[in-house]
Design a protein around this ligand. Sequence first.
Ligand SMILES: [Zn+2]
Length: 121
Amino acid sequence: MNTEEYVRSWSAMMLEVVTGMAEWRQQHPKATLREIETEMDLRWARVRARMAEDLALASTAADWEKAPIDQQPLCSNCGTGLKREGGKKKRHLKTHGGQEIVLERHYGVCPNCGGGSFPPG
Ligand SMILES: [Zn+2]
């Protein structure tokens, strides 16, 4: 996706939160401030998670074969350049808001010490 497509996608998600909250409020006319905040936090946390996922995958580290040689990921153990192994692997992470995000990225193996890691980013 290019920048414009990301902005369009995120804007649509934000609009969904805003309209969704307005509808939720109508269905919950007696909701307390705390309940409103809890509902809002949950919805924004999902948007945050999707945005974080998109932003993380947009980094050059996510596709390191295209990155310049001085930006290739290094082994955290010995500093040797990692070699890409196989296809993309899924990595499950949790955001601050407790939402799960899945990053699909290449897994690297160190040709020197055999250590493996996902590149940062
Ligand atoms: Zn190593």
